[in-house]
Design a protein around this ligand. Sequence first.
Ligand SMILES: Cc1ncc(COP(=O)(O)O)c(C=O)c1O
Length: 394
Amino acid sequence: MSSGTDKGKGKSGKRRLSTRLTHAARDRKLTQGGVNPVVQRASTVIVESAAKLFEPGGWTYGRHGTATHEALRQCLSEIEGAEHCVLLPSGLMACIVPFLAHAEAGGHVLVSDTVYGPTRRFVDRMLSRWGCEATYFAPGIGAGMEKLMQPNTKLVFVESPGSMTFEIEDAPAIARVAAAHGAVSVMDNTWAGGVFHKPLDLGFDLSVQANTKYVSGGADILNGAIHLNDDKLLARLKDTVADIGSNVSSDDAFTILRGARSLQLRMERHQVSALHVALWLEKHAKVKRVLHPALDSDPNHGLWKRDFTGSSGLFSIVLEPMPTAKVHAFLDALKFFGLGFSYGGFESLAIHCDPQLKRTTYTPDLGGPLIRLSVGLEDPEDLVDDLEQALEAI
Ligand SMILES: Cc1ncc(COP(=O)(O)O)c(C=O)c1O
């Protein structure tokens, strides 16, 4: 079965993604004959000779990574079709490190207004302290980004679909403008799990993935990665990671790799189940709108179809106007959807978005309370039953 998710074939050529994920990082040097890599715990590294202590690029300390990290990097690079992968201890760190590497006093960055809240928090609180200006841009800007570029614009940070409201950006148009001005373009690609959207193929320099979500899939680990092809950008990112002393434990690297093996199969199930639930919700009288780019009714459906090969388990609904107490009654009545701030795990989740929905370039007016749903790996009929009884509880 060809899944239609094989854009960006990675280093191992024509094989399909689930095969590549199964067979990546299986070199005996990494596995010592097991199926999985060894969990190599190392702070101290014993080098073979005095000359090697200061060898440029040599492996001389645990923070440079171990065989387990190398195995994880090899596997993750297959997902995004990237030459290089930089590991970070959280998805948020993977969002922040490109800013740390490129923002400077007197510089300027452009950031999508629909960006993940804590990324905005970093931009608002830290960049201004360093004298780097930030401008947010409204969803749907595309080639119009040209007007916002300044001679000192160093970096363009995009999240598509947008956080909580799921607008799709015209990624190739944005990447073209950024490249024409010599700015580094970064895409937070977490929604698609890296499987259904390949920002590097669309012209982006860096693709960020919060492995905390779909890639690890177990709701029990925090991790992030930056994917890229360019050697110079890699050197700058590696320097930045060394500057801030960031580290990922070998045990975490092993656990994420185990999750990543089954990523594509899980994504396909998340996709089918979420669409099943979304289509049912679209017809419900108490639901005003469903914000899901893979639905025909979505205003960005055309862009999604052009640039994505599938959709994940995460989308939002706008309920008919009602007081907060009723929104809480709905959420509290849910049995299979836990109330929690994440997604990408095997279990379904729901949150009320309004208290945390921040935009700078416009005032969101969705016409009712906004609820984000993360559809997990339960049977979608059970999830529909759960939503039905909870909507009745309003
Ligand atoms: C789009 C997006 N990017 C980044 C992150 C940050 O990931 P982490 O929680 O691993 O720091 C999240 C977490 O919710 C996210 O939704």
